[in-house]
Design a protein around this ligand. Structure first.
Ligand SMILES: *Cc1c(COP(=O)(O)O)cnc(C)c1O
Length: 403
């Protein structure tokens, strides 16, 4: 039993979840740096550097780019609450729990939401969005670039085209993709894009990077009604993160140190190199799983989210028991499925600092051990061999192309 007066001693876990991911020792060191005040001139200058790195990670020139003092869901709130005025109509592409959350948030602030759905494990058809928006005045089209609940990645381009046709903004949830999956905010003309600190960026949870382009900011400043959130109103938050550095709320200063260091690590490696690493490690994981006779939830390889792999639990295997053994016997955390998929799906995250070759091989080895114990018949050693083979054939990743 834990005594509340005991010294803090969390276990050292390897987090192969859809977030949070494990973080680098460099990020732990940044977290432990001396606290300063939020309007200390040293800090307000440092904030500019943080925003500069964040623009590079998002690949944008947008002035309005900063970390929201909230988890990824705070990014959803900020994006939606700032553009929606009561009675506005919006289209949200729903193919999992997180894209559904964007629709829920929009309803909370009085939008009439049209949900355009796809079966879980698939991407929404842009043609369905076009149909849903026909003849309507749509404020925004929203989607999750990476739908973490089902392990699906959506190609953004076609949705930009439809949003243009509808005269709508495009809002993209990149919580599970930023720094791990190709994403270029300016080239893809995303109006509002937000992410989370604890996924492929590999900082602790609690911050949500966001970027908003100039035309959208103008639209927000011209609202007829007040933004229905004081905390997330980006026009006033930008008094602090903009040029004047005027107090709005006290941000989590230590977390800002941490995300700064985490973004330095991302940019030292280079975005392209990071994307390639995430891709390669997932392909090796998939090769290993398939060699063990384990199936994947997302059937179309092109729809598989490189950062989160949705795995079908083999017949006759107790999914919760396997996860408990991974955690208790081997200090490895993976996630189960959400909702209807609780018992039948595992979700394995290979994000940021967690996305390493050694982790892929370790996970496959340990999983094999546990499944053999549970009575599953599988070819011993085949998983590791297939993953190692996948690595042997992988394209070399050029490091240090930080932009
Ligand atoms: C994790 C996640 C969120 C929610 O982030 P929190 O930090 O848990 O609030 C939202 N969208 C996607 C795609 C996610 O993966």
């Amino acid at each position: 039993m834990m005594n509340p007066m005991d010294e803090l001693r969390p276990p050292t876990r390897l987090m192969l979840t859809p977030g949070p991911s494990s973080i680098s020792p460099r990020v732990y060191r940044a977290l432990a740096s001396p606290l300063v005040g939020h309007v200390d001139p040293w800090f307000t200058e440092f904030m500019g550097g943080v925003q500069d790195l964040m623009r590079r990670v998002f690949q944008t020139q947008n002035h309005t780019t900063y970390p929201i003092s909230a988890s990824g869901s705070g990014g959803i709130e900020t994006a939606v609450v700032n553009v929606i005025e009561p009675g506005d109509e919006a289209i949200v592409c729903v193919n999992g729990i997180f894209s559904a959350r964007m629709a829920d948030v929009a309803e909370c602030v009085g939008a009439k939401v049209h949900r355009v759905s796809a079966p879980f494990g698939r991407t929404v058809d842009p043609e369905d969005v076009r149909r849903a928006g026909k003849g309507r005045k749509i404020k925004f089209v929203g989607l999750a670039h990476g739908e973490t609940s089902t392990g699906v990645v959506t190609r953004i381009e076609a949705f930009r085209t439809v949003a243009d046709e509808l005269g709508a903004l495009l809002i993209v949830d990149s919580v599970a993709t930023l720094a791990g999956v190709p994403l270029d905010v300016d080239r893809e003309r995303i109006d509002i894009c937000f992410s989370g600190s604890q996924k492929a960026i590999s900082a602790p949870p609690g911050m949500s990077p966001i970027t908003v382009n100039a035309s959208t900011e103008k639209l927000i400043r011209a609202r007829k009604t007040k933004v229905q959130s004081w905390y997330f109103d980006l026009t006033t938050v930008m008094n602090y993160w903009g040029n004047s550095r005027m107090y709005h709320h006290t941000p989590p200063i230590s977390l800002i140190y941490a995300i700064h260091e985490a973004m330095r690590i991302v940019l030292e490696e280079g975005l392209e190199a990071s994307w390639a690493r995430h891709r390669q490690n997932q392909l090796a994981l998939i090769a290993g799983l398939e060699a063990m006779g384990i199936g994947l939830f997302v059937q179309n390889p092109a729809d598989r989210l490189p950062t989160v792999t949705a795995v079908t639990v083999p017949n006759g295997i107790d999914s919760v028991k396997v996860r408990a053994r991974l955690l208790n016997d081997f200090n490895i955390e993976i996630s189960g499925g959400l909702g209807d998929y609780k018992a039948t799906m595992w979700r394995v995250g290979l994000m940021g600092y967690s996305s390493q070759r050694a982790n892929v091989l370790l996970f496959l080895d340990v999983l094999e051990r546990i499944l053999l114990d549970e009575g599953m018949k599988l070819p011993v050693g085949a998983g590791i061999a297939a993953a190692a083979g996948s690595f042997a054939h992988a394209e070399p990743v050029a490091a240090g192309q930080g932009k």
